[in-house]
Design a protein around this ligand. Structure first.
Ligand SMILES: [Zn+2]
Length: 349
């Protein structure tokens, strides 16, 4: 289901004439928009617009439309699209801005996700002019139910995975519960964030204010198995510890096709540190890049996961177990890390 007004297509002659007459009537009925001294907070406008649509306040959303949008998508058309969706699914449980895209011509498009109380999800792309007026709106209603989260809970990986690092690292955000931020997203459900803890249990040496203070920072991230490099992202600047970059969530990252429909993702690497190129064969233990703090990461660590696709957007995460590893100091045939597990890579091959 799509409501769409595309501002950059040349309007048809007839539509333009109509838009002038209608517009004057509409504007007469509307309060003049407040002129703010500061530039408007576009992200808030995008979110509020989707919230208004989800709650049935179509007029509040419509008042933010620019003149072309008003001509292209009259208020009645908004209601005609939204009413049946709301009847089936409302209220909205959450309305979250997921993505900001700055277009070359100066407009800004926000992807806003609306999670309905009953089942499905709607994705809205709200395109805003710099003054906060809405120049485009597309609402895609996800008809298909979300994939069952637990469909891979008992998956056994085919690849023999070795730890993607040397030495002893600690698994965090590995718990199979909603407390784990990975766990509720199908595409990260079984990911593990690996970091190094010192004898005092801390992951940094002094005050943790710089990336270089972290024990994991600059360690070599290794290919867990032989494969072909399927995707490389580089050039994402690093975060200051405590801050995150959710827009480029994996940061500098490499996905390796291990065959058999399995891909290993190593994420949050240092920019410029990646040693491999797309299409290159790698062997288990090859250095892929250096552990860093890029993307949706608040401190240097290695996000590692097995997936069924190279790109996170279409991937489901798969559980992973490791061979050639000690788990909490004990030799095991297959190491399945849980929250707080200490995994040691066995001596290099
Ligand atoms: Zn992670």
């Amino acid at each position: 289901m799509i409501v769409e007004g595309r501002p950059h297509r040349r309007p048809r002659r007839g539509a333009l004439v109509m838009h002038h007459t209608r517009l004057s009537l509409l504007l007469a009925a509307l309060a003049a928009p407040a002129v703010a001294d500061e530039p408007p907070d576009l992200e808030t406008i995008a979110r509020d617009t989707v919230r208004d649509l989800a709650d049935g306040r179509y007029d509040a959303a419509f008042q933010r439309f620019d003149s072309r949008m008003r001509a292209a998508v009259p208020l009645a058309a908004v209601a005609a699209v939204m009413d049946p969706v709301r009847k089936e699914r409302a209220p909205a449980r959450s309305v979250i801005v997921r993505l900001r895209h700055d277009n070359a011509e100066g407009t800004v498009a926000f992807t806003v996700k609306c999670n309905w109380q009953r089942g499905a999800v709607s994705n809205a792309v709200v395109t805003l002019l710099p003054d906060g007026r809405i120049a485009g709106l597309a609402i895609t209603d996800e008809q298909a139910p979300p994939p069952a989260l637990d469909r891979f809970d008992h998956y056994q990986p085919k690849a023999k995975l070795r730890p993607p690092f040397r030495g002893t690292w600690t698994a965090v955000n590995a718990e199979r519960s909603p407390k784990n931020p990975h766990f509720s997203s199908p595409n990260q459900r079984f990911a593990v964030d690996w970091l190094i803890r010192g004898a005092d249990g801390r992951s940094f040496r002094t005050d943790g204010r710089t990336n270089a203070d972290y024990l994991a920072y600059g360690e070599e991230a290794l290919a867990p198995a032989a494969g072909t490099v399927a995707l490389v992202i580089d050039g994402v600047p690093e975060n200051t510890p405590g801050q995150r970059d959710p827009y480029y969530a994996p940061g500098n990252s490499v996905s390796i096709d291990l065959g058999g429909g399995e891909f290993a993702l190593l994420a949050h690497l240092q920019p410029g540190s990646i040693r491999v190129k797309t299409g290159r064969r790698v062997a288990a233990g090859d250095v892929i890049g250096l552990v860093g703090n890029s993307g949706n990461s608040s401190e240097p660590h290695l996000h590692f996961q097995l997936s069924d696709h190279a790109r996170l957007v279409e991937a489901a995460a798969l559980p992973c177990t490791f061979v050639g590893a000690l788990l909490d100091g004990r030799k095991v045939d297959r190491a399945t890390p849980v929250e707080g597990s200490r995994m040691t890579a066995a001596a290099p091959k």
